[in-house]
Ligand binder design. Structure first.
Ligand code: PMP
Length: 405
């Protein structure tokens, strides 16, 4: 037979398909709440002022060249990134027990982490990672690519539009010892629902008791609450408690560097010699996958992380983004509950955190919103809060009101 004759046509990515449909729609009031990228109040992508400044510094630096970075990345970048997520006073950092590798954004960090675990963690046990139900769809694909079977753990309770904490703790308790649990560090995608500090404590207790491994994915540090330290609390707490763990980190959202692919994988190990061994193996894997990571985005983030003035400016830019999203939550909640008197409880809109909100509407209602009102969202009822602004929020609230009535 002909080459590729038997190759099936793969379906397009659902989010990118949604964006394509939005683009060709000529309806003037159309709204795109699909893609998870920040937009300003004019629905435009926003280059952070601190990033512009760092880019100027790089452009004027005649000493910079385009040589390869080391295999594990730009050292000033990876140490700065580790300090950012683990905290400047992290005992693990001081004791030299953290391995940090620059990756192709958060996706690449997840991939490298999964590949590393697949090779070295299981020792003959079934290769499985527990994922929250639901989770970022790519988690499933990334694990399968390296021969790991994704297993779901309970997370979201549609009846209460909140965390199914009993379900989650039961999953943790019932999993075999040494299971790997993927945990969203903050601003859970897609639900916007995070465990409370008290609940994180219980999760850590069970993880320690069962000797589970925590696979943290941190794609929204600072972007969720507006505060970098607050959004890192769960990760830092787990390090403090000594839960065996790794962290996948992305600067796509909090630095608005989506296309530059700036990320890192941090593996927290029990001892410095263990860190050396892990680093050596990660280097071998990285070499065969990408040889060396790209330099431009890492240089931008490195400047911001290692200069006190630029770091303060970045924090201000982060508060601008997080603040606008939080304002949109408050306004949407007000419109639905006070003005339109939309049936149902909408408190989850203000209780959820980060880029996304799970509205709780059905797949059918989501489809009607898209077909009748030209509001584009995924059929799980998730909306990207960043797609709302002062000009379209009323239209969206009214359309949502109509569809649930
Ligand atoms: N993890 C989660 C939970 C995400 O939502 C995202 C972004 N959609 C990522 C990882 C990785 O994104 P990126 O590769 O752009 O950093």
């Amino acid at each position: 037979s002909e080459t590729w004759e038997e190759l099936p046509l793969a379906p397009p990515d659902s989010i990118f398909k949604l964006t394509a449909a939005y683009k060709v729609d000529t309806f003037p009031k159309k709204v795109n709440l699909g893609v998870g990228a920040y937009r300003d109040d004019n629905n435009k992508p926003w280059v952070l002022p601190v990033v512009r400044k760092a880019e100027q510094i790089l452009a004027n630096d005649q000493a910079l060249d385009h040589e390869y970075l080391p295999i594990t990345g730009l050292p000033e970048y990876t140490t700065g990134a580790a300090r950012l997520i683990l905290g400047p006073d992290s005992p693990a950092l001081k004791e030299g027990r953290v391995v940090s590798v620059q990756t192709i954004s958060g996706t690449g960090a997840n991939h490298l982490a999964a590949l590393f675990l697949s090779r070295f963690y299981y020792h003959g046990a079934p290769k499985q990672v527990y994922l929250s139900d639901p989770t970022w769809a790519n988690h499933h694909a990334i694990l399968k690519n390296v021969g790991i079977e994704p297993i779901s753990y309970s997370y979201y309770d549609p009846k209460t539009v909140s965390l199914d904490f009993d379900g989650m703790t039961n999953s943790l308790k019932n999993a075999p010892p040494r299971s790997v649990f993927l945990l969203h560090a903050c601003a859970h995608n897609p639900t916007g629902i995070d465990p409370t500090q008290e609940q994180w404590k219980v999760i850590a207790d069970i993880a320690i008791e069962k000797n589970h491994y925590a696979f943290f994915d941190c794609a929204y540090q600072g972007f969720a609450s507006g505060d970098l330290d607050r959004d890192a609390q769960a990760v830092r707490y787990f390090v403090e408690r000594g839960v065996p763990m790794l962290v996948c980190q992305s600067f796509a959202k909090n630095a608005g560097l989506y296309g530059e692919r700036v990320g890192a994988l941090h593996v927290i190990t029990p001892t410095e010699p263990a860190a050396d061994r892990v680093k050596s193996q990660l280097s071998v894997l990285q070499r065969s996958e990408i040889s060396n990571p790209p330099s431009h985005g890492a240089r931008i983030v490195s400047l911001i992380l290692n200069d006190a003035g630029l770091f303060e400016e970045w924090k201000r830019d982060i508060r601008t983004m997080a603040g606008r999203i939080i304002d949109m939550r408050k306004e949407l909640h007000l419109l639905l509950t006070e003005e339109l008197k939309t049936p149902g409880n909408w408190d989850h809109i203000i209780n959820q955190i980060g880029m996304f909100s799970f509205t709780g509407i059905s797949a059918e209602q989501s489809k009607i919103l898209t077909e009748n009102a030209h509001v584009y969202l995924t059929t799980n009822g998730r909306i990207s809060m960043a797609g709302l602004n002062s000009k379209n929020i009323r239209y969206f609230a009214e359309s949502l009101d109509k569809v649930v009535r």
